[in-house]
Design a protein around this ligand. Structure first.
Ligand SMILES: Nc1ncnc2c1ncn2[C@@H]1O[C@H](COP(=O)(O)OP(=O)(O)OP(=O)(O)O)[C@@H](O)[C@H]1O
Length: 232
């Protein structure tokens, strides 16, 4: 359960989030909104990458401000640009690095790495240079590198932005199969099909909170209003 209590945030004197209160416990939660509406800032608060200027964010009762390390063990984060997440030369090494601080026996690390690579269609690339993978494979690697740490919650910040339709579907299927709670930020609105709850952000405020279809309609209506305003 992620609790956002009275959260406001600004970068310098630029306000980006205003008085947000949320209890996020559903299995599949989407966050949508225009560029700059504050989605990434909010999502980065879920694992303490950004600490709120005002208010608190709790994960299963752990305060991101005081218990950052334990929060990050529970909340995995996948970024949109997999290249920025890939840090080791080979695919298997990149997945294994996430477990390096866990004090696990070598054999256990190898077992977990092989298992997660097999589950995400990367087994045959185990010893390949990570930077030679395709865009879609890199995103699956980024996902595998986070999932190997067995987080309870997975936050994905536009994980399909750089992918073609085929790879978007691969990521969608991978996310669908996860037992974890998933919070997905996306501009690919069709990914939200079947989600339990979708938040619409606009200028740092949650302006809709409900089922996917009305959420998408609300977002589209906002854009229509904005475009009509621009045309006037
Ligand atoms: N580290 C930062 N320093 C200063 N300003 C920032 C920083 N990160 C984000 N911003 C600004 O805060 C606002 C909200 O950004 P944020 O990335 O949270 O929005 P977003 O809804 O995720 O956008 P997008 O869909 O483009 O990813 C934007 O105006 C952005 O320029």
């Amino acid at each position: 359960m992620i609790t956002v209590a009275g959260v406001s945030h600004s970068y310098g004197d630029r306000p980006v989030l205003h008085e947000i209160d949320l209890e996020l416990g559903e299995h599949r939660i989407g966050i949508i909104g225009a560029n700059g509406s504050g989605k990434s800032t909010l999502a980065r608060m879920f694992n303490g990458l950004v600490l709120p200027k005002r208010g608190r964010v709790l994960v299963d009762g752990l305060d991101t401000r005081k218990d950052g390390r334990r929060v990050r063990q529970r909340v995995g984060f996948v970024f949109s640009d997999a290249d920025t997440q890939i840090i080791m030369p080979t695919v298997a090494e990149d997945v294994a690095i996430g477990l390096s601080r866990r004090n696990l026996p070598k054999a256990e690390i190898a077992r977990r790495v092989d298992e997660v690579l097999a589950r995400h269609g990367l087994a045959e690339h185990r010893d390949h240079p990570a930077h030679l993978l395709s865009g879609g494979q890199k995103q699956m690697l980024a996902l595998a590198s986070v999932l190997v740490t067995e987080p309870d919650i997975l936050v994905c910040d536009e994980p399909t932005t750089l992918l073609d339709l085929r790879n978007v579907r691969t990521v969608v299927r991978a996310l669908e199969a996860l037992p974890q709670q998933v919070v997905l930020l996306t501009h690919h609105l069709e990914m939200l099909h079947g989600f339990d709850r979708v938040l619409v952000l606009d200028a740092g405020r949650v302006v809709f909170d409900g089922a996917p279809r009305p959420a998408i309609e609300h977002y589209q209506a906002l854009l229509d209003d904005e475009l009509a305003g621009d045309a006037r």
